[in-house]
Design a protein around this ligand. Structure first.
Ligand SMILES: C[S@@+](CC[C@H](N)C(=O)[O-])C[C@H]1O[C@@H](n2cnc3c(N)ncnc32)[C@H](O)[C@@H]1O
Length: 303
């Protein structure tokens, strides 16, 4: 799930930006300003050397407890919430019947989703690149007694043998923080058995066109950035990249999936579920009534 909400770069305490740039914000950037407490020396859309990209590991380490404090109640400890629009696996059944299935959750955060699949009868494992997020997951394991195995690793180089899993999924994990979706899809394809499913939710590409501030209702539905602009949002401390998000288009999602050999079974752009939709920063129900905030893609890797 997305880390936070209102991300007006210019509003962030302690972050010195080179002028009022309300458009130049990451979808989750406000948290970086808080977590790093003024250490961020530059924030905005800029080019990035792909070799620098870590998925924001240190940022997520620092943000893990705060993320859980802010969103833990909505996420649940043992639940699979696909998106702030309120789509939950208990009603959506995007993974199908998981009983007896070998399941991997990538970019799992505290692995609430993987934990839920365990209670539904799956053999699950969660993987995340952030020690902080995995530690929160271990705390929840201890507290609930539902101990999903947790692995520290990178979605671009999964530490599993080929054909290990029946289902791989993520709710907002990994993909948005990496420049090249295909790197993840290829790894998922490798670890899936033939016929296995890869299901994920991610920031809807349209979201990048709008300012990330739901409180500015009048302008919040005015396009302020080109849908076609692939320039990532980056935060640096001194010259070190600490956080990045990458706008991917719908074509990027589709072409990277088919290029990796997946068959796309279903695509969803959920509207907020009445009574279920969450007030999750800029994924507000008010905005969600007009533009999609989440893209959910269900695929399988052919036999
Ligand atoms: C928005 S959070 C979502 C977490 C969880 N799925 C949820 O719904 O709460 C994104 C997660 O992706 C993880 N992540 C980012 N890049 C990654 C990568 N390359 N490999 C594995 N995890 C990654 C982050 O550490 C973070 O835990």
């Amino acid at each position: 799930m997305p880390p936070s909400g209102v991300n007006h770069g210019s509003n962030r305490p302690g972050v010195s930006l080179p002028g009022p740039r309300p458009v130049e914000c990451g979808l989750f950037a406000r948290r970086a300003g808080r977590v790093h407490n003024g250490a961020v020396s530059s924030a905005g859309f800029s080019s990035i050397d792909p070799a620098e990209v870590s998925g924001g590991r240190a940022w997520w380490d620092a943000a893990a407890v705060e993320y859980y404090t802010e969103h833990g109640r909505d996420l649940g400890d043992c639940d699979l919430l696909w998106c702030p629009e309120g789509v939950r696996e208990t009603s959506a059944a995007l993974l199908g019947d998981v009983r007896g299935a070998r399941i991997l959750e990538v970019g799992c955060g505290a692995a609430q989703g993987a934990r839920w699949t365990m209670t539904a009868g799956a053999l699950a494992v969660g993987l995340d690149s952030s020690v902080g997020m995995v530690q929160v997951g271990m705390d929840i394991n201890r507290r609930t007694g539902i101990e999903v195995p947790l692995v520290l690793g990178d979605a671009r180089a999964l530490p599993f043998a080929a054909d290990t899993f029946d289902v791989v999924f993520t709710a907002y994990g990994a993909l948005g923080f990496l420049p090249n979706l295909a790197e993840v899809h290829r790894e998922v394809a490798r670890v899936l058995r033939g016929g296995g499913r890869w299901v994920y939710s991610a920031v809807h590409p349209m979201r990048w066109c709008f300012p990330d501030d739901p409180s500015v209702q009048a302008s919040a539905l005015t396009v302020v950035r080109s849908y076609f602009d692939p320039t990532p949002y980056a935060e640096r401390e001194a010259s070190r990249l600490v956080y990045a998000e990458f706008p991917h288009t719908v074509a990027d999602h589709i072409n990277s999936l088919t290029g990796a050999g997946f068959t796309i079974d279903h695509v969803a752009e959920p509207q907020p579920v009445p009574s279920e939709a969450l007030r999750w920063g800029a994924w507000s129900p008010e905005r969600g009534a007009h533009i999609p905030g989440t893209l959910i893609v269900s695929t399988h890797f052919p036999d």
